[in-house]
Design a protein around this ligand. Sequence first.
Ligand SMILES: O=C(O)CCC(=O)C(=O)O
Ligand SMILES: [Fe+2]
Length: 222
Amino acid sequence: MQSLFDDGAFGREPQTLRPGAVHVPGWLTAEQQDWITEQFLSWGQGPVPPHSTLVNGHPMKVKTVCLGWHWGNYQYTRTAEDLNGAPVPPMPDWLVELGRRAVAETTTDPPNAQAYNPDVAIINYYPPGSTMGMHQDAQEKVNAPIVSLSIGDSANFRLGNNETRTKPYQDVRLASGDLFVFEGPARWAFHAVTKIYPGTGPAHWKLGGGRINITLRETGMS
Ligand SMILES: O=C(O)CCC(=O)C(=O)O
Ligand SMILES: [Fe+2]
């Protein structure tokens, strides 16, 4: 596993959409994507099962599991209060390290990377045809970066402005293995996933269809 995430395993050029919003295509190798997919399958075994979080009283189309903290009822808790009450598994060290490396490679503010200590991972599975509406990641109490990793079918990711759910926004296609980081002036950007492109995932991918997205965040809570 150590060698799987060694120096040299990463390498594509970052593309800055706007200050603080950086896309790195193909950041994860096929082997890393497969390994993370195996972890995804084990996270799905519980103790908190993949579930549809309620947003504005409606179940989201994505199925979610969390590490570190549970996200539900617009708050972070250590147990899944809105589901089975089970404690959330801890954040694995390798995921914290991966997040730090992601920030180190994309930030314009290098001390950010050293200081980055994500304590929650939200792992979403998008079934074919699903979407996620415009929202801000707003339940965190600190300004630390959001690190997003995508595996499986490609998606249209919409990066909006910081104030409204409407234009101006920019669309970017996130493919399997892509990294997206939003920090600093883009940290509180509204964003959405407007489309999953069926049949675009890697041939080797164990899940076949759909998409996994992992976001790493700092809650600012203890
Ligand atoms: O799936 C994505 O690319 C974004 C996910 C997201 O915005 C979230 O989990 O809050
Ligand atoms: Fe989000």
